[in-house]
Design a protein around this ligand. Structure first.
Ligand SMILES: Cc1ncc(COP(=O)(O)O)c(C=O)c1O
Length: 391
């Protein structure tokens, strides 16, 4: 029995796996069992910011695993404190709560918003169409896509979604009973769709009028991928709460909620917690990732090399307007919307040794490690051009 058959025999059939068996990873390269080498242009869906097997991350994990791998949150843990200090320094927020996954961070911010709103007569939570905040019941309650929600209701009360980037429905939905508005400033799973500046301005006006918490979901766009530490920093806005996950654990499960001291104080000891949140090995890996990003200037690099990628994709769009509808993104979070489902092109790219992803059916998504070079971008753009020309 090969691995695919063994997997199907024992695991829930919840994932559509790639027809690949990876033996190991080296930086931006994934090496299959048959020896084929692939350029990894989606980095485990925005997790592997430094690629695979980065020596600094590997060393940090090994060193911390040798000290202790878990103590429980009854104990002070130096890696957790250090990781939080780094996040505070980079973000301008003053308090961090550690969870394990993006979904769990979403649940955390919903709980914080509810607790904050409880003394103010506010319980409403608003999300947006086409957004993605995770697969838990709280996250699904502020999402609208049937493929994630159908059959799982009823969802949380006082939660709703309104159309992304449309001013009138937002204005009609928000009122003085709104506790929080939850937004991906650049929707990831939803097709790499940035929010419009006008929408952010309206959101700001409504927030000043009604006094709700603005929550930025930076799970996919955070930690430098877009050419700034947070995706929302491409706009003139300061969210009250921020969720992070994916890259901040160096490949291990780690998520964070960032807040001001005042909002963090809503949660008193015992009100919220998790066994594994802020796991010391994950924090040690995350410290290595964030220190490397800072020391090597990888945020500026993401802006630069991401600019090259977006330029290359836009040239393809210009030359093949019938196939390519639009190119969107910031830095190394790029999407190319096609006139057709993208799976065939993803398969053809894989045949030419490059791994990309397709989301929202028709959007090719590029989320490479932040360490990719101009040469990797040129190789990707050239291969994509050849494939699109041959359609
Ligand atoms: C923007 C965003 N929020 C939340 C999540 C959920 O994160 P997780 O899969 O770690 O629960 C994701 C996952 O893709 C995401 O992209």
């Amino acid at each position: 029995m090969d691995l695919q058959d063994r997997e199907a025999a024992v695991l829930f059939h919840t994932y559509k796996r790639l027809p690949l068996e990876i033996e190991r990873g080296e930086g931006v390269t994934l090496i299959a069992r048959d020896g084929t080498r692939y350029l990894d242009m989606f980095s485990g869906l925005a997790v592997n910011a430094l690629g695979e097997g980065h020596p600094r991350v590997v060393a940090a994990i090994a060193a911390q695993a040798a000290r202790y791998t878990h103590l429980s949150n009854y104990f002070l843990q130096e890696p957790q404190v250090r990781m939080a200090e780094i996040l505070v320094k980079h973000s301008g927020y003053s308090r961090v709560f550690f969870a394990n996954t993006g979904s769990e961070a979403t649940e955390g911010v919903i709980k914080i918003a509810r607790k904050w709103g409880a003394t103010r007569g506010k319980a409403g939570i608003i999300g947006f169409s086409n957004s993605f905040h995770g697969r838990t019941m709280g996250a699904l309650s502020v999402m609208d896509r049937p493929r994630y929600r159908d059959g799982f209701g009823p969802f949380l009360e006082n939660c709703r979604t309104v159309p992304f980037n449309e001013l009138a429905p937002l204005t009609a939905a928000v009122n003085d009973r709104t506790a929080a508005v939850l937004l991906e400033f650049i929707q990831g799973e939803g097709g790499v769709r940035p929010v419009s500046e006008e929408f952010v301005r309206t959101l700001g006006d409504l927030q000043r009028k009604f006094g709700f918490l603005l929550v930025a979901d930076e799970v996919q766009s955070g930690a430098g991928r877009t050419g700034k530490f947070f995706g929302f920093q491409h706009y003139d806005v300061h969210p009250d709460l921020v969720t992070m996950a994916k890259p901040i654990g160096g490949g291990l499960p780690l998520a964070a909620i960032l807040a001001s001291r005042e909002i963090a104080s809503v949660l008193e000891p015992g009100m919220h917690g998790t066994t594994f949140g802020g796991n010391p090995v994950a924090c040690a890996a995350g410290i290595a990732v964030l220190e490397e990003i800072e020391e090597k200037g990888l945020i500026a690099h993401a802006a630069l090399v991401g600019g090259l990628l977006l330029d290359g994709l836009r040239e393809i769009a210009r030359d093949f307007p019938k196939v390519v509808r639009e190119v969107r993104g910031f830095g190394l979070m790029a999407g190319m919307e096609l006139d057709r489902p993208g799976e065939e092109i993803v398969g053809a790219m894989r045949e030419s040794g490059i791994l990309i992803n397709c989301t929202d059916t028709t959007v090719l998504r590029f989320l490479p490690p932040l360490i990719i070079t101009d040469a990797h971008v040129r190789k990707t753009v050239a291969a994509l051009r050849t494939i699109i020309a041959g359609l």
